[in-house]
Design a binder for this molecule. Sequence first.
Ligand code: CO
Length: 134
Amino acid sequence: MLGRLNHVAIAVPDLEAASAVYRDTLGARVSQLQMLPEHGVTVVFIDTGNSKIELLEPLGENSPIAAFLDRNPAGGIHHICYEVEDIRAARDRLVAAGARVLGDGQPKTGAHGKPVLFLHPKDFLGTLVELEQR
Ligand code: CO
């Protein structure tokens, strides 16, 4: 069921400053800013060849990463994203195994225009897991 690692997402308090760290210090190519109001974040992507890094900054009042940044004011790894072939089949299998899907359990369109779901970190070794349909 589990496919390749699609990205690691890092929540940051200041996306411009974080982008500069990756661009200027690490020498990475950083994408344009993308605002995703339905997800409550602004993102940039860094293509590392075999995977991607996403830097996330809160957008709007009820950003899902606001509480995380309250606990981690300097930023930190927020979630990891794995690809799956069929997101609804993956969800049904995980729910049958007792895992909790966040929200209403229906896939939403993610930052790459593909359906995504989030799984409860307490069911996955303390790590928030995103699934993205390939
Ligand atoms: Co993500």
